[in-house]
Design a protein around this ligand. Structure first.
Ligand code: SF4
Ligand code: SF4
Length: 479
C-alpha cells in the first residue's frame, strides 16, 4: 500500500527501492489512470446534470433557476479544468476526491431509503354535510330561508361568515374593474358550467353489454386518456366521502344525498403552469374555469358512454354539482396524496391539477392508494405555508380531522383571501415544489425523492436556492 501511495505521489524511485515489482508498477499506474478517468466521469456527470437543469429551466422560463444552475455548470467546468491542468500527484488526489464525492452521494441516496408515510385513517369517518362546505355557505344570501335555516343550526359560523360577506364576492363587479377581460372570461366559463348541470345523469340503456371488469376498466381508462386526461384511477365509492345533504343550488338545499354507486372513477387534468405562475392574479381563475369545463366534458361523456353500455353512471361537475368529495376518492384511486396545502398532490402535476369524477355500477377493477413519499416531503417543506398570503396553511403536524390524520387548512381565512383577490388565489399551488413541469428532468427528481430521505431534505433546500423562498410570479400569457 505504501508503494502505491508513493507512486501516486510520483515517487517511483523510492517505491522501487522498497521492492516494487514491474507488475505492481503497471497495476498501480493502471489504477491511477482509472482513478483519473472515473474522477473525470464523475465531474462530467455533475456537469451534464446541471447543464440539463439549466436547459430545462430555460425552456420552463424559470429565470432564477436558469441563472443559478448555469453558474453551477460554469464553476464545475472551471474546477474540472483546474483538475486536468495541475500536475500529479495533486491531480490524482483531486480526481480521487471527485470520485469519492460522487460515490458518497450515490451511497447516501441509495442507502437512505424513505420510510414512506401516507394518509392515515385513525378513527371513524362520518359523512360531511355539503351545507358546511365553505362555498355552499356563501350561497346563502342574507334574508333568505336557507340563510336562516343554516345559521339557526350553525350559529358558531355566522360571525365569521358575515364578516367575509362584507368583502366583495369573487368575480363580482368591484373586481371586474381590475381586469374586465379576464374576469369576464372566467365568469363566462363558470356560466357555461352551470348550463351543463342537466347533462350529468340520465337513464341507462336496457341492454347490458357483457364486458369483464378488466375489459371495462381498460376501455374506460383509454377513453378518459383519449378525451384529455392521462391520470386516472378507480376506487370503491366509500360512503364516508359521499356528502350527506345538498348544500349548493337553492332548489335542492337540505335534501339527503343518496349515491349508492359501487365505484368512483377519478381523473386529473394538468393546469397550465404559465397561468398558475401568475397567482393570485386573474389568469389563475380563468385557468381553473377552463379545467373545470374540460373535466365536466370528460365526465359527462364518459358517464353517458357507461349508461349506453347499460349501467348507471353519474358525472359530478364543478359549479354546485358534486355529490362526493373528490380529493379523498382520488387518493383512494392512487392519483396522489393529500398535502400540507389541503388538496391532492398528484403524482404527475403536483397540486397543479383539477379533478373530475364519475360514479357508476359498471364492474371495474379498483386501483390502490399509493405511497409516493409526498407527505414525508411535506413534513420537511413549509413553502406553501410560508407563502400563503392568508397564513391559512398550518406549520404544525397533522391532526385528526373526522377520523383522518391531515393538515387542517383554515378554510375561512383562505376563502377570505380569495374574496380579497377576486380569484381562487392558488399561490400555494404555484409555489409547491411538486408543481414543476411534468418532464423527464423533474420526473427523475420526483422518483429520487420518492425513494430517498436525504434526497428529500436536499430538495427542500435546493428548491429554495434555485427557485427562491418566494418564487417569482410571471406575466400573464393572456392579455
Ligand atoms: S409546498 Fe411543500 S409543504 Fe406545501 S404542499 Fe407542497 S410539498 Fe407540501
Ligand atoms: S389558496 Fe391562497 S389563501 Fe388559500 S391556502 Fe392557498 S395560498 Fe393560502
Amino acid at each position: 500500500m505504501t508503494n502505491y501511495l508513493l507512486i501516486m505521489e510520483n515517487d517511483v524511485l523510492k517505491a522501487r527501492q522498497r521492492g516494487l515489482t514491474r507488475k505492481d508498477e503497471f497495476i498501480t499506474f493502471l489504477a491511477m489512470n482509472i482513478l483519473i478517468i472515473a474522477g473525470g466521469i464523475s465531474l462530467i456527470i455533475l456537469i451534464c446534470f446541471f447543464f440539463l437543469f439549466a436547459l430545462y429551466s430555460l425552456l420552463e422560463k424559470e429565470k432564477r433557476a436558469f441563472w443559478r444552475s448555469s453558474v453551477v455548470v460554469l464553476l464545475l467546468i472551471i474546477i474540472s479544468l483546474i483538475f486536468f491542468l495541475v500536475e500529479p500527484p495533486l491531480k490524482n488526489w483531486l480526481f480521487a476526491i471527485a470520485l469519492i464525492v460522487l460515490l458518497l452521494d450515490l451511497v447516501i441516496l441509495l442507502f437512505s431509503p424513505l420510510k414512506r408515510k401516507s394518509t392515515e385513517i385513525v378513527g371513524k369517518q362520518k359523512k360531511i354535510d355539503e351545507r358546511d362546505v365553505i362555498f355552499a355557505r356563501f350561497e346563502y344570501k342574507e334574508g333568505t330561508a336557507t340563510y336562516k335555516e343554516y345559521y339557526t343550526r350553525k350559529p358558531e359560523c355566522k360571525k365569521i361568515d358575515d364578516e367575509i360577506r362584507r368583502i366583495p364576492d369573487i368575480l363580482s363587479p368591484p373586481h371586474l374593474k381590475k381586469h374586465p377581460h379576464l374576469f369576464s372570461l372566467a365568469s363566462a366559463e363558470f356560466g357555461f358550467l352551470e348550463h351543463q348541470l342537466t347533462q350529468v345523469s340520465g337513464r341507462e340503456s336496457r341492454e347490458k353489454s357483457q364486458l369483464s371488469p378488466s375489459e371495462s376498466t381498460r376501455i374506460i381508462k383509454e377513453i378518459i386518456k383519449y378525451l384529455g386526461s392521462d391520470l386516472c384511477g378507480i376506487s370503491s365509492l366509500d360512503q364516508a366521502y359521499v356528502y350527506s345533504h345538498v348544500g349548493r343550488g337553492p332548489e335542492h338545499y337540505g335534501e339527503e344525498i343518496k349515491l349508492e354507486h359501487t365505484y368512483a372513477i377519478t381523473f386529473a387534468l394538468e393546469m397550465d403552469l404559465g397561468m398558475v405562475a401568475t397567482a393570485p392574479k386573474e389568469p389563475v381563475i380563468v385557468e381553473t374555469g377552463k379545467k373545470y369545463i374540460e373535466a365536466a366534458r370528460i365526465s359527462i361523456i364518459v358517464a353517458d358512454f357507461i349508461r349506453r353500455l347499460g349501467y348507471p353512471a353519474r358525472a359530478h361537475i364543478a359549479g354546485s354539482n358534486y355529490q362526493a368529495m373528490l380529493p379523498p376518492l382520488a387518493w383512494l384511486a392512487g392519483l396522489g396524496e393529500l398535502g400540507r396545502l389541503g388538496i391532492l398532490i398528484t403524482s404527475k402535476y403536483g397540486p397543479r391539477a383539477r379533478l373530475g369524477l364519475i360514479t357508476t355500477d359498471i364492474p371495474l377493477i379498483e386501483d390502490k392508494p399509493k405511497k409516493l413519499g409526498i407527505q414525508n416531503f411535506c413534513q420537511k417543506c413549509y413553502k406553501c405555508a410560508r407563502n400563503c398570503p392568508a397564513q391559512a396553511i398550518p406549520y404544525e403536524k397533522k391532526v385528526e380531522v373526522n377520523g383522518v390524520l391531515k393538515w387542517a387548512l383554515n378554510r375561512e381565512e383562505c376563502y377570505k383571501f380569495w374574496r380579497r383577490a377576486g380569484t381562487d388565489c392558488a399561490v400555494c399551488i404555484y409555489v409547491c415544489p411538486y408543481s414543476k413541469s411534468d418532464n423527464a428532468f423533474h420526473g427523475f427528481i420526483r422518483k429520487v425523492m420518492e425513494n430517498s430521505a436525504v434526497a428529500q431534505s436536499f430538495s427542500v433546500w435546493a428548491d429554495d436556492f434555485f427557485y427562491g423562498r418566494v418564487p417569482l410570479r410571471r406575466k400573464s400569457p393572456l392579455g
